[in-house]
Write a protein that binds this ligand. Structure first.
Ligand SMILES: Nc1ncnc2c1ncn2[C@@H]1O[C@H](COP(=O)(O)OP(=O)(O)OP(=O)(O)O)[C@@H](O)[C@H]1O
Length: 279
C-alpha cells in the first residue's frame, strides 16, 4: 500500500485486505503541558461507523483533527488508508484529505457563498467544469433533500438546513471516509433525528467508513438500531431489535479510551463509570 498513489479514487478498494481505514497506535498529544489524549489505540475497519462518545473536553475533536492530519501527535502513530500520516508530505496529506469528507461543528459554511457554491467548494478547488459541478451539487442536495435551497445563502437557512448543506458538501466528492464532528450539536431533538436519518442513509447507501462525534446518546443508539429503507425513503428500526453490525463505539474520558466495541458490549458493560455515563 505504501507505494499506492493517494490521488487514485477508491482508497478503500485499493487497500490490502485486512487493512483498517483508520488506525491509532499509542497516540498521545498535549497542549501547554496538559495531556489531551493519552495512549489512544483503536482501529476502524472498512464500512464501519465509529461513534465517539464521552464527556465534553475529553479530546474527541482533537482525535478527529488528528485523523484528518490537521494536527500531529506528540507520540504514537496514526495510519489512514494504510498510510502513516506522520510520514506524509504536506502534498500527500492534501491528497489524502481529498478522500475524506468532514462535517464540522456548527456547519462552518461560507456566509458569502450561496448553497451551490458552498457545496461545490471542493469541486471548484479540483477545477471540475461548471456543468459537471452543477449536476453533482444537485445530486448531493437531492440526497439531503434540499434541492430547493440551491440559490439561498446560509443566513436564510435554519440550523438543520445548514447542517444538511454541510453534509452535502462533505459527500460531494464521494469520500471513502466521513468525519462528522457533532453533526447534531445545537439542534433541537426533532431536527437532530432528521440529521441522524441522513447519516444512516449515507451509511447504508454509500457504505463509506465514518467517524462521528455526538453528545447525544440517543443519536448513537438510533444509529445502532436503525437502517435506511429505500422503499419507504426513510429510516426504520432494524427488525427484531436487530443492531447494525458495522456501528461501533469508542468512549473517551479525560483523554483515555474507556470503551472500544459494539453496541451490546456497551449496553451490557458492568463498568461503573460507563454505566453512570450511559444513564
Ligand atoms: N489547538 C489547541 N490548543 C490548545 N488546547 C487545545 C487545542 N485543541 C484542543 N485543545 C484542548 O484539548 C481539550 C480537548 O478538546 P476537544 O475539543 O477535543 O474535546 P471534545 O471531547 O471534543 O469536547 P466537546 O465534547 O466539548 O466538543 C480541551 O481542553 C481543549 O481546550
Amino acid at each position: 500500500m505504501a507505494s499506492a498513489s493517494l490521488s487514485e479514487k477508491g482508497m478503500v478498494e485499493s487497500m490490502a485486505p485486512g487493512t483498517p481505514v483508520v488506525e491509532f497506535e499509542h497516540v498521545s498529544i498535549g497542549f501547554d503541558g496538559h495531556e489531551v489524549l493519552r495512549d489512544v489505540s483503536f482501529r476502524v475497519e472498512p464500512g464501519e461507523t465509529r461513534i465517539l462518545l464521552g464527556p465534553a473536553g475529553g479530546g474527541k475533536s482533537v482525535l478527529m483533527k488528528l485523523t484528518n492530519g490537521l494536527m500531529m501527535p506528540d507520540s504514537g502513530s496514526i495510519r489512514v488508508f494504510g498510510r502513516c500520516l506522520q510520514e506524509m508530505t504536506e502534498k500527500e496529506l492534501f491528497e489524502m484529505r481529498a478522500h475524506v469528507g468532514m462535517v464540522f461543528q456548527e456547519s462552518a459554511l461560507f456566509d458569502s457563498l450561496n448553497v451551490e457554491d458552498n457545496v461545490a467548494y471542493r469541486l471548484h478547488e479540483e477545477h471540475v467544469s461548471e456543468e459537471e459541478s452543477h449536476a453533482r451539487v444537485v445530486e448531493a442536495l437531492r440526497f439531503v433533500e434540499l434541492e430547493k435551497a440551491i440559490a439561498k445563502f446560509p443566513s436564510e437557512l435554519s440550523g438543520g438546513m445548514r447542517r444538511r448543506v454541510s453534509i452535502a458538501r462533505a459527500i460531494i466528492t464521494k469520500p471513502d471516509l466521513l468525519l462528522y464532528d457533532s453533526p447534531t450539536g445545537g439542534l433541537d431533538p426533532i431536527t437532530s433525528t432528521t440529521i441522524i436519518e441522513l447519516v444512516v442513509k449515507q451509511r447504508d447507501v454509500s457504505h463509506a467508513t465514518a467517524l462521528l462525534i455526538t453528545h447525544r446518546l440517543q443519536d448513537a443508539f438510533t444509529l445502532a438500531t436503525h437502517r435506511w429503507s429505500p422503499t419507504k425513503s426513510a429510516m426504520e428500526p432494524i427488525p427484531d431489535h436487530g443492531l447494525d453490525p458495522g456501528t461501533k463505539f469508542l468512549v473517551i474520558n479525560e483523554g483515555s479510551v474507556v470503551f472500544d466495541g459494539g453496541t451490546l458490549e456497551l449496553t451490557g458493560s458492568t463498568d461503573p463509570w460507563l454505566r453512570s455515563y450511559l444513564q
